[in-house]
Design a protein around this ligand. Sequence first.
Ligand code: ZN
Length: 447
Amino acid sequence: MLLVAALLAGCSGDGDTRSPRTPGDALADAGFPVFAPVLDGAKAASSTLSPDRVTSDYGDDRTLVQLAEPDDDLCAALVDVRLAGDTCEADRDSVTTSMEEMGGVGLVRDGTLLYWSGLVTEADPELVERAIRALREAPAASGDDLGDVTSATTTPVAPEQEPTQTEPPDEDPVDEPLAPDDLDVATAVATVRFLAGRVGPREATSAAHDRAARWVARCFTRLGYNADLRPVGVPAGVSWLGDAVPAGRSVNVVATPAGFDATEPHLVVGAHLDTVAQAPGAEDNASGVGVLLATAEAAAVRSTRLPVVFVAFGAEEPRGPGDDDHHFGSRSYVAALGPAESRAVRAMVSLDRVGVGARVPVGSADDSDPVQRSLLAAGRRAGVATIADQDQRSSDHWSFVRAGLPGARLGSTSYAAYHDASDVPSVVSPAQLERTGRLLLEWLAPR
Ligand SMILES: [Zn+2]
């Protein structure tokens, strides 16, 4: 898992195992020139060292990465630290990245690439200039300049396994069976922070939804999955609290394991990525996407009882009052299945609002069904408290069930911030994300 955690670090937080270091040890460990820029009066609050890089937190989501001896192609060198930059331009000694209102900038000094990410350039057009000046003028660092220092103890990623490639990180047969302990809840927590804390509201047809979808696709790709962005047409309508929403294009992100055959028996795990227009959607439903990615991360290096397709669905939220006015992404996914592919879907689970509460709701579209029962049994085996929830049709599993395919939902505990601007990351409980993820891994595990 450590290698995968390192690969995923660029898209959903840093999963490295750490051991405390004293600042005095830090530079000797680095073994390459390290600098101590000051930006707008701020110094590094904390830093993480690994053999080829120093990553420093400057507050306000600003991060300084110092990379030893980067590739000639600085954009390639930054692939796993750019977080989610859409454009990257570089010459030999400098690099600029941007993504909507966010920017990053870097330059090379003494063979070290110094790169700022997390600059909110739209609110402060001169920030890039100040950031470049800070890099150019930065003195060599002493240990004290790096703040609280920890060292990543992971083995450095071998060259043939660099995250710039899209092959699975582990070419060996995956024969260890998946188990609940394989969950790294930090991945789910970091996803909630990124989607709700940085991207914010993600109405299904918005640029923010597109940005989130591309980010999720990159996460899947880094884990070794094939990730497709599949457009979903949606009509204009009326959303929560009467907000008008436009006609347009949303998108499903569909991740399949290497060698996947859609006509062979498989499982589908999904979580909707969109939000109502006014909500940053931490619980509804960055929580579900977080558990989706954490589950995909664990399943990437373990065997499951059947192949698993992971889907981040667009356009789940309502655009009108009727049963045909929501769940557009999942209905589009189901509608595109041919007969053999439909038969091959042995069960679908929707993760929707899975980070609030102390027991995991397990929802069935009717009174009871085999998928719900198997999930409840997995909860018992994994030692996770559950609560059965009947007539539950308010999520993407319903698109499968109404088309005659087996499906159920995890999540749906009521909470005060529902569909509200106050649905922010602090609403979500890591412990509940962990309960949901552990139950799901047990359900996917070979028996
Ligand atoms: Zn939802």
